[in-house]
Design a protein around this ligand. Structure first.
Ligand code: ZN
Length: 489
């Protein structure tokens, strides 16, 4: 299988031609959400970035196993080895079982992902469902001498590891500086060194999510799940591992250390990281009051929002920037994205109506080539969109008669939009459903009027039949003195 796809590998800090290990098969692992709160704009970016990659790999003909995990245990506050489990904290505040919290926010996350039109992963493993695999992984690390047990907890020995391998190669952190800058928190004196990190934590008596093990009743450290689950589902060496830039350290750095120490080799061949979204130049945080959930974007129900923004506007907004560049949210930026999205889809409407000429004034194969070149250049979606907007300009010119497209090129143009807009960028027409709703409303007005005319003529059999037939179709009429209303059963 041949392709010209290049991707920026965070590990080597350069663009590399994508050469999968076992073509046409390829594995993609992406760190998914910790499900302790509603999904927000920060969740939309990795979801859309790796959806774009997944869709493009599928388009190129690869058979992709796309694994995206759900973190439902072990992720402690501040990404540290001490503090409350994020999910248990929400459970305490909301008076719920931890697994109710997980189910609740996982459902919201899935609904939001459907709204954003992201394809579902092939496997969506949960950390709590892979406790045994994580314990087995710890045993490997203990056997290989890269982990040690203290008071029922097990820690990864970073210094020992760094004598053989390079710790910090992904994030560029230097071990000596880390050692100098890592604060020793109370309770961390169990560690041989403050840079060591937890693989297994002994649970306190009040801790809710805990499992038996040969070390203690406890729970796994946050980084361990991704090492255990990626290797389980994609093999000891797999092609692509993705996630947000904020996960490079400590999460992904620790993942590399764990997998390398356990298996004696690098697991991941290409590391990909999306950049972050800021809000009016600031990081998104609850404490700053600029924490906007996806549901709030879709409804407009947040004081910072001047209007509602549809899921496709949000998707378009994310795709307008290259995934490695920063994106700043503002109402103006989203309103511009909304206009851009509408202009693109108006172009597609116009394209449907174009009549072919007997000649063409455009080199459509050149346009198609440029679209592929943009995607092959490390998924350059903003450049791809600029080519599509050039095409829209051209479509409008054909429509007003100043340019021409012959029948074959017109088909190629339609094909091009189907491929790039719908299949690869994953955009969809949001007015389609609405058009159906409007049509239903208009038809119901006609039916109600006809029935009223029958009643006026005292044709009761006719008016009753209309009511009965509508009921069979799932529509209930409610008569009142001025006519009737309708609703779905
Ligand atoms: Zn992860």
């Amino acid at each position: 299988m041949q392709n010209n796809l290049t991707i920026y590998n965070t590990l080597t800090r350069q663009k590399e031609i994508f050469k999968p290990l076992h073509p046409p098969f390829t594995g993609l692992y992406v760190c998914g959400p910790t499900v302790y709160s509603n999904a927000h704009l920060g969740h939309a970016r990795p979801a859309i970035t790796f959806d774009l990659l997944y869709r493009y790999l599928l388009h190129l003909g690869y058979k992709v196993r796309y694994v995206r995990n759900i973190t439902d245990v072990g992720h402690l506050e501040n990404d540290a080895d001490e503090g409350e489990d994020k999910i248990e904290k929400t459970a305490r505040i909301e008076h719920l079982e931890p697994m109710e919290v997980v189910q609740n926010y996982m459902n919201t996350f899935h609904r939001n992902m459907d709204q954003l039109n992201t394809l579902k992963p092939s496997i969506e493993p949960r950390a709590s469902g892979h406790i045994i695999e994580q314990q087995e992984f710890i045993k490997h690390l203990l056997n290989n001498g890269y982990a040690y047990e203290v008071n029922g907890s097990v820690y990864f020995d970073v210094l020992k590891y760094s004598r053989k391998y390079k710790y910090g190669k992904l994030s560029g952190r230097v071990l000596e500086e880390l050692q100098a800058n890592t604060r020793v928190l109370e309770g961390q004196d169990e560690k041989h060194n403050p840079v060591d990190f937890a693989l297994w934590k002994k649970a306190t008596p009040e801790h809710l999510m805990k499992w038996p093990s040969e070390w203690s009743d406890g729970y796994p450290g946050w980084h361990l799940e991704c090492s255990a689950m990626s290797v389980k589902y994609l093999g000891e060496v797999f092609d692509i591992h993705g996630g947000g830039m904020d996960l490079q350290f400590p999460h992904h750095e620790c993942e590399i250390a764990q997998s390398t120490a356990a298996l004696g080799k690098e697991s991941v061949r290409y590391w990909m990281h999306n950049n972050m979204i800021t809000i009016n130049g600031q990081k998104m945080a609850r404490s700053l009051g600029n924490f906007i959930t996806l549901d709030q974007f879709f409804s407009g129900d947040h004081e910072m929002l001047e209007q509602r923004y549809s899921p496709m506007t949000v998707r378009f907004f994310v795709l307008q920037a290259h995934y490695r560049s920063t994106v700043d949210f503002s109402n103006e930026a989203l309103q511009a994205a909304e206009k851009g999205f509408q202009r693109l889809f108006k172009g597609i409407e116009t394209l449907k109506k174009l009549k072919p000429s007997d000649e063409s004034t455009l080199d459509i194969n050149d346009l198609r080539k440029k679209c592929y070149e943009a995607m092959d250049d490390d998924l350059n979606s903003p450049v791809l969109l600029s080519h599509l907007f050039e095409a829209v300009k051209y479509i409008n010119s054909v429509n007003d008669g100043s340019e021409k497209l012959n029948s074959a090129d017109l088909d190629t143009m339609k094909n091009l939009f189907n491929t790039f807009v719908f299949e690869i960028l994953g955009l969809k027409d949001e007015t389609e459903g609405k058009t159906d709703e409007k049509l239903t409303g208009d038809l119901m007005k006609i039916i109600i009027k006809l029935r009223q005319e029958a009643k006026n003529k005292k044709e009761w059999a006719v008016s009753d039949k209309i009511r009965g037939d509508l009921k069979n179709a799932g529509i209930v009429l409610k008569d009142h003195k001025d006519g009737a209303d309708w609703e779905r059963e």
